[in-house]
Design a protein around this ligand. Sequence first.
Ligand code: NAD
Length: 358
Amino acid sequence: MPHRVTLIPGDGVGPELTEAARRVIDASGARIEWEVEEAGLAVMEREGTPLPARVLDSIRRNKVALKGPITTPRGGGIRSVNVALRKELDLYACLRPCKHYLGVRSRFAGVDLVVVRENTEDLYAGVEFAEGSEEAGQIIALSGGKIRPDAAISIKPISAFGSARIVEFAFEYALNNGRRKVTAVAKDNIMKATDGLFFRTAREVAKRHEGRVEYDEWLVDAMCMQLVQKPELYDVLVMPNLYGDILSDLCAGLVGGLGVAPGANIGEEIAVFEAIHGSAPKYAGQNKVNPTALILSGVLMLRHLGEAAAADRVEHAVAAVIAEGKHVTYDLKPTRDDPTAVGTREMADAIIAGMALL
Ligand code: NAD
């Protein structure tokens, strides 16, 4: 039986990248039936919303989606499709493997980390009060003089449920993917209530996995220094939303940046796979940007679907093309104006040709 997967091309460079990823996945040996659903800016103009119900219905039905990046214009008006998808589908875990591939220019070699970020709580919960508002005034009154009267306030909710769920996810991921250690990251010496709860909950979850996966804890500031000094000591990192947002970009930087960094947003039943990078509008339609991040997101998707052999085939072919350094996009060449750089489509062609040789 083929797997049915919702394919969201996105906008900007999204359509050319999803096309490249789709062709590579179709050549991997896995049988996928794609259900293409448009979302984003152009859809907003046609249908009045950037995320029509039919897109959500398709993902709910198929349980798995591969998504191109979608532009969120700055300033008010249009809500972010990316945030809406995570909220509507309760995709509580953001998974970002950061693995260095030979041939990608980076200050570090051999890095192989996975960042697991809680996606629904923390300062990103969207509970905010403007300076001078009645609600801000009430909280300021409660604070016993700790908050200035002209402060704007963002609330940081961290729940026992949300913490247990994300740490459990990290341990399950470690167990299912042959990982040896989970490191919890927060800042409980300062935020004793919220981050204290996160660490206490993490310890309880860790106890249930004792003997199978190691567990340790770091304060987020010290973790940043550790990661740039000794990234090889770490394996799976799990943390609340804000720290996860920052550290996942830091770790992507350790392995060569946006062009090669895949990701996934995962819930109890549904998973949406997408690159970390955005829609890079200035390159749209130019057949120029690197398809690797979206193709590697496809590799995560294939593993999620139980297609391990197909996933390995794609990953090995991607690694070989990058290591050879010939049929790669401009960002993987020694200089950005290298005339031997190939386009998005041609890099995908090289990966497909590489798979045929495996
Ligand atoms: P961006 O990631 O789109 O691009 C920043 C720069 O990174 C590009 O100009 C390019 O130089 C480089 N880059 C990005 N992807 C690349 C690739 N595949 N290959 C080679 N180089 C690449 O970030 P931005 O400019 O801040 O955001 C553009 C839009 O994308 C915004 O509207 C933003 O909201 C949106 N965005 C969407 C998502 C998503 O859909 N998940 C994620 C991030 C940003």
